[in-house]
Design a protein around this ligand. Structure first.
Ligand code: PSU
Ligand code: MN
Length: 373
């Protein structure tokens, strides 16, 4: 999976379209299948045609793209069903929701949202962090950008149960820089794996255990920028944001645009290089995950269909005018029920069979027994 906020709110047109295409090409070159995620024409889309990718990039340029985190998905889906010009560009959180619904486990992007500096008064904590706590997906990124409060971001990820994995390093990648050391201490990634097979093993075990939470795979920038230069640019961007009172969902796009301006475009080039690198790593992980390791968790199956109950009563003998000794038995059938039982026996995790009884029938105890079976 690939996000689309980075296309509409992270880079200028037409560079954004070139990069979106190049990232998809990089995933394909790695032997995996790219699926850029967006909200188009009332639907959450996981996988876009080239024309649709262009539509997203152009909408970003025309200001017709809405940044979609989880809370925005239904709103933009509803409005874009009526307004074809409106495009929903999914953030890490929004992309994770849609990709998981489609069964995608690996997701590549540049950077994730986090705890903004000053969050102790603004409460600006990205929904990305909470989403990764409740969605089993691996986000391959270049770590946490130091426009954010890196130690606080790590704390919230820990609270949410998100695994933060350094890829071939103990240091937590800091997006532009190889590592961040705001406040003196170098920030460390709590977990470390050194290759795609190891990360695929983590994914397999996370699925096998049924943990509904995800991970951040922090991949160091292959061409890190000078730490001091970028720190100065970040300070200038933060100052500009404070002076203008930028907040809420506008904060991250504003800071990214400001950084690009202050660094004379160098931050944009670094951003593009690391996104391409992350796409390559994500493809390696997806290929390793598809090829080997323990089987995926079996699918949940919901069967909607008929269940029937046969009740057979046999009298013991002739018994005119008296109560009769005898025996009654019940058996369960119906196509829906039979398919549900077969799916369960074939290994599906959950089966549900739906029983329709007419209102005048009083078979409550039999329904209970059917559900227990
Ligand atoms: N960080 C980056 N580049 C980005 C983003 C974050 O380095 O493009 C985008 C991602 O889409 C991310 C979103 O999910 O910004 C976070 O926004 P917010 O802080 O409003 O949650
Ligand atoms: Mn925010």
């Amino acid at each position: 999976a690939l996000e689309s906020t980075i296309i509409t709110h992270g880079m200028p047109y037409p560079r954004n379209l070139e990069v979106a295409r190049a990232v998809e090409a990089r995933v394909r070159a790695g032997g995996a299948v790219p699926a850029t995620v967006a909200v188009l024409d009332g639907r959450l889309r996981v996988g876009l045609s080239d024309a649709e990718l262009e539509r997203v990039a152009v909408a970003g340029d025309r200001g017709a793209a809405v940044k979609c985190s989880r809370r925005d998905l239904a709103d933009v889906a509803a409005r874009s069903a009526r307004d074809g010009a409106l495009v929903g560009a999914t953030t890490v959180a929004g992309t994770a929701v849609a990709a998981h619904l489609a069964g995608v486990e690996v997701f590549a992007t540049g950077g994730i949202g986090g705890v903004h500096r000053g969050a102790e008064t603004t409460f600006d904590v990205s929904a990305d962090l909470v989403e990764l706590g409740r969605t089993p997906i691996l986000v391959v990124c270049a770590g946490v950008k130091s426009i954010l409060d890196v130690p606080k971001t790590l704390e919230v990820l820990e609270t949410q149960g998100v695994a933060v994995i350094g890829y071939g390093t103990d240091d937590l990648a800091a997006f532009f820089a190889a590592r961040s050391s705001a406040g003196g201490e170098v920030n460390r990634a709590p977990l470390r794996y050194d290759d795609a097979a190891g990360v695929a093993g983590w994914l397999a075990k996370n699925a096998e255990l049924g943990l509904a939470s995800g991970a951040v795979l922090a991949v160091p920038n292959p061409a890190p920028m000078d730490g001091d230069a970028i720190d100065g640019a970040i300070a200038a961007a933060l100052e500009a944001a404070a002076a203008r009172g930028v907040s809420g969902k506008d904060a991250t796009p504003f800071l990214l645009a400001k950084l690009e301006e202050v660094t004379g475009g160098a931050s944009l080039e670094a951003n593009i290089a690391l996104v391409l690198n992350n796409a390559r790593v994500a493809a390696d992980v997806a290929v390793a995950r598809a090829g080997g390791g323990p089987a995926r968790r079996p699918p949940d199956v919901a069967v909607v269909g008929a269940s029937t109950v046969d009740v057979v009563g046999r009298a013991g003998g002739p018994c005119a005018g008296t109560s009769a000794p005898g025996a009654a038995s019940t058996t369960f059938g119906g196509v829906g029920r039979n398919v549900a039982v077969a799916a369960a026996r074939a290994g599906a995790a959950t089966t549900v069979s739906y029983t329709h009884l007419r209102a005048h029938e009083t078979r409550g105890n039999l329904v209970c027994r059917l559900l227990l079976e």
